[in-house]
Design a protein around this ligand. Structure first.
Ligand code: PMP
Length: 436
């Protein structure tokens, strides 16, 4: 069981050194490097339920959940069985296959406004393709995004982007052509007047507004109903499409993602999905009204493709995971959210640590600030140094939080009973430790 006190990390350290020799920073995705919290990222060799096991033999209760996909817990037996069976029938065919159709049907069945959907391999591909489709459909080029919203590492969407860019305090990325950046308008989130002003000035040129359905990449910052309604009204009035990025919230914030909780009224035009939709395998998707999706090749002139898209093994993982995401699973996630955020509020209040809880359905995050968090600027008021200390106090007690103050905490169907008790205990002890 997870021991209190420093864990041995010699093997993780050795792997990091080997990794650094051949992989930039030793990691294949920046936030994994522990850059914001310091110390050694753990090299994990095994995961089951709510538990990660590292190369040094340490065990951690996992609140990262592979950054969202592992909604049923790690290595869920039913998913494992289905994936193993699928793999035994072949890895990739390069032809259409029945499983990809079944996965598309499952998405369309659950998300009412999505009539047609295409499968891709990552959230980045989904948003990139949705943007191209919106531009092809409207014949326009400008894209509106919001500060603190992350949509993957798409050139046009890397400005003020949250997630790793927030963690490492980067305003944007090097290597994005100025001409591409010039096609993106970045606006403050939840700011209706700013959105109205942008449309008043540029409305005729806007192809799409893309928004994280309920942002999770600056911590959880839900949209106000007024903001959601303004996005829908202004895009309609000006002939632009509204793209709801549900890569993180889809099939997680609720059974129907943020859509089921939204107060927008009329639905967005396009949606992007990822994470849960692949159950831990590289699957993502974008979809929407049939009329818009019909613009995609081979039916229409907007090109989009993928050697491994609809891969039968990955699609099996996604399909089995979605089918297993019952109302009971969402009730379990919600209970875990309530228990964990309750413990944070109690422990942090007792220890005098300023904090706010961000919440979107079953999803949540913790902000180390006194101020109300409604946008990127207010999220950045956090005490990130205190977060780093809390992170390590938890890690030493065998609980692995996201290594950044700007990320959601992810729970799963395996976060129940004793797992929750141990997390609650660690929260109380860690809060006391960092204020001692
Ligand atoms: N959109 C959102 C809302 C995301 O949270 C993410 C990833 N965290 C992405 C897009 C990009 O997905 P991927 O990392 O699979 O490319």
């Amino acid at each position: 069981s997870p021991a209190e006190g420093a864990q041995p990390t010699a093997s993780s350290a050795a792997w990091l050194e080997r990794g650094r020799a051949v992989i930039p920073g030793g990691v294949n995705s920046p936030v994994r490097a522990f850059g914001a919290v310091g110390g050694e990222p753990r090299f994990v060799v095994e995961a089951e339920g709510a538990v990660l096991r590292d190369v040094d033999g340490n065990e951690y209760l996992d609140l990262v959940g592979s950054w969202g996909p592992m909604i049923l817990g790690h290595t869920h037996p039913e998913v494992l069985e289905a994936v193993t069976a699928a793999a035994s029938r072949g890895f990739s065919f390069g032809t259409p296959n029945p499983t990809e159709v079944e996965l598309a049907e499952e998405i369309v069945r659950r998300i009412d406004p999505v009539e047609s959907v295409r499968l891709v391999n990552s959230g980045t591909e989904a948003t990139m393709s949705a943007l191209r489709l919106a531009r092809g459909f409207t014949g326009r080029e400008l894209v509106v995004k919001f500060a603190g919203n992350y949509h993957g590492h798409v050139d046009a969407l890397l400005a003020s982007a949250g997630s790793g860019l927030a963690t490492f305090a980067l305003p944007d990325s090097a290597g994005v052509p100025a001409a591409t950046a010039a096609q993106t308008l970045v606006l403050p989130f939840n700011d209706v007047p700013a959105l109205e002003a942008a449309f008043a000035e540029h409305g005729a040129g806007v192809a799409a507004v893309i928004v994280e359905a309920s942002p999770g990449n600056m911590g959880i910052v839900p949209p106000t109903p007024e903001f959601e309604q303004a996005m829908r009204r202004l895009t309609r009035e000006h002939g632009a499409l509204l793209i709801s990025d549900e890569v993180m919230t889809g099939f997680r914030a609720s059974r129907t993602g943020w859509l089921g909780l939204s107060q927008m009224g009329d639905a967005p035009d396009l949606f992007t999905f990822g994470k849960v939709v692949g159950g831990g395998f590289p699957v993502a998707a974008f979809g929407g009204r049939a009329e818009v999706m019909a613009q995609l090749a081979p039916a229409g002139p907007v090109y989009q493709a993928g050697t491994l898209s609809g891969n039968p093994v990955a699609a099996t993982a996604g399909l089995t995971t979605l089918r297993r995401c019952t109302d009971e699973v969402y009730a379990t996630l919600d209970h875990a959210r309530e228990v964990i955020t309750g413990a944070v509020t109690e422990a942090f209040t007792a220890a005098g640590i300023p904090h706010r809880i961000g919440r979107a359905g079953t999803m949540f995050s913790v902000f180390l600030t006194d101020a109300e968090v409604t946008d990127y600027a207010s999220a950045q008021q956090q005490d990130t140094a205190l977060h780093a200390r809390f992170f390590h106090a938890m890690l030493r007690r065998g609980v692995h939080l996201p290594p950044s103050a700007f990320e959601a905490w992810f729970v799963s169907a395996a976060h129940t009973g004793d797992v929750l008790d141990r997390i609650v205990e660690a929260i109380h002890a860690s809060a006391r430790e960092i204020t001692a």
